[in-house]
Design a protein around this ligand. Structure first.
Ligand code: NDP
Length: 340
């Protein structure tokens, strides 16, 4: 059995969906209530591969909200993640993806030091961040969507916002090794990590967001921002392809400009309907088939019986592992979302 640990994008979003999911007692509550709410299994899932194989899974809502980080409720945030992991393990789940901020909190606050959660000893090999598949899917979105929008990759300038992150660095490695791209612009706040990445790649220009955006034909957003940034589409190149892989979204602006195309980044579409209700609440256009690539990674590991933390730690994703997960992604009927 596979598992997905997820969370909602804001307190407002959480209050809205609590009622829909049959938890009216959560709907009128503020952040303090969510800080003390325990994890819940809120969906049972069946996925059928195009090979005919069927697997079962469960969705664990951690009750974490990004506002907990913004208001420095760090202890509550970290408790949410380890409690959700213990909950998944207690329910016998073999491999569980840590969606959205779950893996970022796990890494940033060194939660591998908290192995004992009440009577559960966490077995970390039962969890994956799902970031290898996410990075692979974002690269495929770049490669396949660019020509759709009249962008020639060989001449294109690609800005990666969040370049030094787990997903961002993997995207840079792939674009450097596997694709003929014009120029890479590397964006993040910590200069030392940017310089290390630039040295590893042997290329790439380090830039501020405001300097990079007007130069980019493609912008890959994979920064871990609790709230999206506003951008003025008038400052962007035309055409410009924006691939927003953040959860919550890195872009706060709803861009309405005929030559600026915004793709939901790190999202896959399955070839067959998935039996679940959970993707309705995160506003996918086709909720029965579209999902986060990190969640799809735990499904792929279950299909292949690769019971291992395939994606774990920070900045260790290799191009070879991206290819490996990419092959089984295609085999079981997942493809990158390409419609803006
Ligand atoms: P990491 O924490 O590993 O990396 C985040 C990156 O963003 C770092 O380079 C960080 O560098 C940079 N960053 C953070 N804040 C800012 C800022 N204000 N301006 C510029 N750069 C910034 O995160 P991940 O790679 O694990 O995840 C990235 C995003 O992808 C998250 O939003 C996550 O929720 C989402 N995600 C999506 C998935 C999917 O299936 N679609 C799956 C998993 C994650 P620095 O701190 O130096 O600025």
């Amino acid at each position: 059995m596979f598992g997905l640990i997820g969370h909602l994008t804001s307190l407002e979003h959480a209050q809205l969906v609590a009622r829909d999911l049959g938890y009216p007692e959560y709907a009128d509550q503020g952040l303090d209530f969510w800080c003390s709410a325990p994890p819940q299994i809120v969906d049972d899932i069946t996925v059928t591969s195009i090979t005919g194989q069927k697997i079962q899974g469960k969705y664990v809502e951690s009750c974490f909200l990004p506002e907990m980080l913004a208001t420095r409720r760090i202890k509550a945030a970290t408790r949410k993640i380890v409690n959700a992991m213990a909950h998944a393990q207690k329910h016998g789940i073999n491999i569980t993806a840590l969606g959205g901020f779950s893996s970022i909190i796990f890494e940033n606050f060194n939660l591998n030091q908290i192995q004992q959660v009440r009577n559960v000893t966490l077995e970390f090999e039962r969890f994956t961040t799902g970031n290898t598949h996410t990075a692979y899917i974002i690269c495929k979105q770049v490669e396949q969507a660019a020509p759709q929008y009249g962008i020639d990759l060989a001449k294109a300038t690609i800005a990666v916002c969040g370049a030094t992150g787990d997903i961002g660095s993997a995207v840079c490695r792939w674009l450097n090794a596997r694709t003929d791209v014009g120029e890479l612009l590397l964006i993040a706040r910590n200069q030392e990590r940017l310089q290390d990445l630039q040295a590893e790649l042997g290329r790439g220009k380090i830039m501020d967001l405001s300097e990079a955006l007007p130069q980019a034909d493609i912008i890959v957003w994979v920064a871990s921002m609790p709230k999206g940034v506003e951008i003025d589409p008038a400052t962007l190149k035309k055409p410009c392809l924006l691939i927003d892989g953040g959860y919550p979204k890195n872009l706060a602006t709803k861009i309405q400009s005929p030559d600026v195309f915004v793709l939901n980044g790190g999202i896959v579409e399955h070839s067959l309907d998935i039996d679940w209700k959970i993707m309705n609440i995160v506003n996918m256009d086709v909720p029965a088939r579209q999902l986060f690539a990190c969640f799809a990674e735990s499904m792929l590991l279950e299909f292949e019986k690769w019971y291992t933390n395939f994606s774990w730690g920070r900045n260790r994703i290799t191009v070879e592992k991206m290819e490996q997960i990419g092959q089984v992604s295609v085999k079981h009927g997942f493809r990158p979302l390409l419609v803006a």
